[in-house]
Design a protein around this ligand. Structure first.
Ligand SMILES: C[S@@+](CC[C@H](N)C(=O)[O-])C[C@H]1O[C@@H](n2cnc3c(N)ncnc32)[C@H](O)[C@@H]1O
Length: 204
């Protein structure tokens, strides 16, 4: 394995995604919540999802380990709102493996949790589950075991992958609103690969 999730530089990824629309995960996740309230965007990256949430009436705490993400999060939020988001947006530079996750009506993690290593995943997951308010929504992507990045020859070190049974176990006690398993060959920032992903929206 040549790449390591712990040392990946995400800035090129942000540049390539400039102007991208918010992902379906946040749109469907917000639709599953009773009303806009407080959302946490874990591994927010450039903040396209945070901007969408702010424009749709949510307050957002956006968390990412990459400091370079935060000016983009603020700029995308200001563009979406036509003004500075002020106190409705809090940005936190932190590693999800240790970060405090504040209670939220929507806990969103779009393409971020798989980049936390296996030995830190479980404790992070307990903090994420505990943060979902009563009746709140958890909307996350997880990567499957058939993903190219899970395999020694084509993989990235220090990532976490799940099979379907393990994914279902993570959501025990929550009401599953959507659970989609996707497998396809396609491009990535690191070249063509096989994608295996779970998109899960669940209600507490
Ligand atoms: C593939 S990008 C996804 C960004 C955005 N959520 C999206 O959907 O495009 C992964 C993001 O997770 C962040 N990330 C990866 N590992 C992390 C960790 N351990 N703690 C906090 N953020 C992390 C990266 O800095 C990057 O912004």
């Amino acid at each position: 394995m040549e790449r390591d999730a712990a040392t990946t530089d995400w800035t090129t990824y942000y540049t390539r995604g400039q102007g991208r629309p918010a992902r379906d995960l946040v749109i469907h996740g917000a639709a599953a919540a009773p009303a806009p309230g407080h959302a946490v965007d874990l591994g927010c990256g450039d903040g396209a999802e945070t901007a969408w949430l702010l424009a749709n009436g949510w307050r957002v705490t956006a968390v990412d380990r990459t400091p370079e993400a935060m000016p983009l999060v603020h700029a995308n939020a200001a563009t979406a709102l036509g003004e500075d988001p002020g106190a409705r947006l809090t940005t936190v530079v932190a590693d999800l493996a240790q970060a405090r996750v504040p209670e939220a009506d929507l806990v969103l993690a779009s393409a971020s949790l798989p980049f936390v290593p296996e030995h830190e995943f479980e404790s992070m997951w307990l903090r994420i589950r505990a943060a979902v308010a009563d009746g709140g929504v958890l909307a996350v992507n997880l990567f499957g075991v058939n993903d190219s990045w899970a395999h020694p020859e084509t993989g990235i070190a220090n990532m976490t992958f799940h099979d379907r049974a393990a994914v279902e176990a993570l959501f025990e006690g929550l009401e599953i609103v959507e659970l989609t398993e996707v497998e396809h060959d396609g491009p990535s920032g690191a070249g063509p690969k096989h994608w295996h992903r779970f998109d899960v929206i669940a209600r507490g």
